[in-house]
Design a protein around this ligand. Sequence first.
Ligand SMILES: Cc1cc2nc3c(=O)[nH]c(=O)nc-3n(C[C@H](O)[C@H](O)[C@H](O)COP(=O)(O)OP(=O)(O)OC[C@H]3O[C@@H](n4cnc5c(N)ncnc54)[C@H](O)[C@@H]3O)c2cc1C
Length: 448
Amino acid sequence: MTKDILDLAGIGIGPFNLSVAALLDQHPNVNAAFFDSKPAFSWHPGMQLPGARLQTSCLKDLVTGADPCNRHSFLNYLVQHRRFYPFLSADMTAISRREFADYLGWVAGRLPSLRFSHGVESVRFEDGLFELRFVNGQAPVYARNLCIGTGIRPNIPPACEALPPGRSLHCIHLMERARDFTGQHVAVVGGGQSGAEVMLGLMDGLWGQPASIRWFSRRANFEPLDETPFTNLYFSPGYVDAFQGLPENRRRELVHYQKLASDGISPDTLQTLYQRLYEYPLEHPGRPAPELLPGRSLYAVTDGAPMNLLTRNRLDDRFEEFRADQLLLCTGFDHGLPSCLSPLNTRLHLDTMGRPSLGKAFNLDWDGPADRAIYTVNQGRFSHGIAESQLSLTSWRSAVIVNHLLGEEHYPVAEQGVSVRWRSETAHDNPPMEDVPKKMSPSGIESI
Ligand SMILES: Cc1cc2nc3c(=O)[nH]c(=O)nc-3n(C[C@H](O)[C@H](O)[C@H](O)COP(=O)(O)OP(=O)(O)OC[C@H]3O[C@@H](n4cnc5c(N)ncnc54)[C@H](O)[C@@H]3O)c2cc1C
């Protein structure tokens, strides 16, 4: 029996691989299939909080930036659902997360290449092909190329790792079932967008009426997402191109320096939150007002009833203790290759931090044949920049991957736009003149 060999097997069906699948849907000559362990498509259902909004323009959907006439666009979703004119009249700067999830689900329902309930257990490379084996024992699948889109994993602070289940809960699971924190002392840990949304939910009584609400953030303040135009250029193909070839330590510095461009709190959310806090004593007389504790890192948590939290205040460098019955962790996510790829680990080239190194087309640098690629989506924050883990360049990245797979520039991916020249055009490694001021800073980002 001959094997049915795929040109591309996608592992994971979140928005990023869904976008690759949506572009490939227009290429019947490419035999592709995408696998996900979930029984059906969903987008972070545990964080579908009422009123939560997308932090990205809805035009940055699965396909439009690469192929605006593609039938899987957000605009086509609106037209097919007879919502195009009502949408325009709503005049929203950002659509709801719920609507975006519905759009993604609509696309997923139209793509024959998706296979759900197919958790990938292991991937091996033999005789020039990748072999995918599945958790539920389905027949193995063989492919010439892979696209890894297994997404993110909740980051649990070391102080909480040993807590018994139920005492701490990562926010990504919050809405997976009904919860009631009535009468409990609740501590929210993490001062980004998720933390702000969870605070709003608690104040709105989404999970009952807690006895107290405290919000801890390591950041010095509750800081806004920078959405201004020049910062938004970090989320453009031109900037990714400039970033990609920089030395590793410079890329690392830039990712930290640009943190608030991707991880800050939406200004609208901050405004709503502040107003809600201001009105809280009037709306809830007799109830203790939520307490906001910026600049605190969680130092240690001792289990008990209640738990004891030891924090360190970075402002005055002092330790404090707090009581809590329930910890809600809004502590972000870790990126990394999935365990199913571990049979290939020794064949991957890593950077000095142990992260897989990625080529221009989001292909892992590995010791396999040149005509076999392992593409990854959402693994390149330190190789391609902060746009990598966001929706902004989803369709562009998919176009780069599909072009590489097809071996031709089917989609236009080179950008022309505002004339910011990020990289030097001259090629001197050292200053060409003798008389450079002696006290010039070597290269620190802060000193630019
Ligand atoms: C609550 C929330 C809101 C966000 N909002 C925005 C926003 O407004 N704007 C923005 O730009 N970014 C946003 N992001 C960031 C980013 O866009 C999302 O995290 C996005 O979902 C990432 O997509 P992904 O495809 O990489 O991974 P995911 O959506 O995490 O999907 C990965 C998929 O892989 C599957 N999988 C994992 N392992 C296996 C395996 N071994 N076999 C088979 N399947 C597997 C999982 O079941 C999952 O379905 C948000 C993130 C979160 C958490």
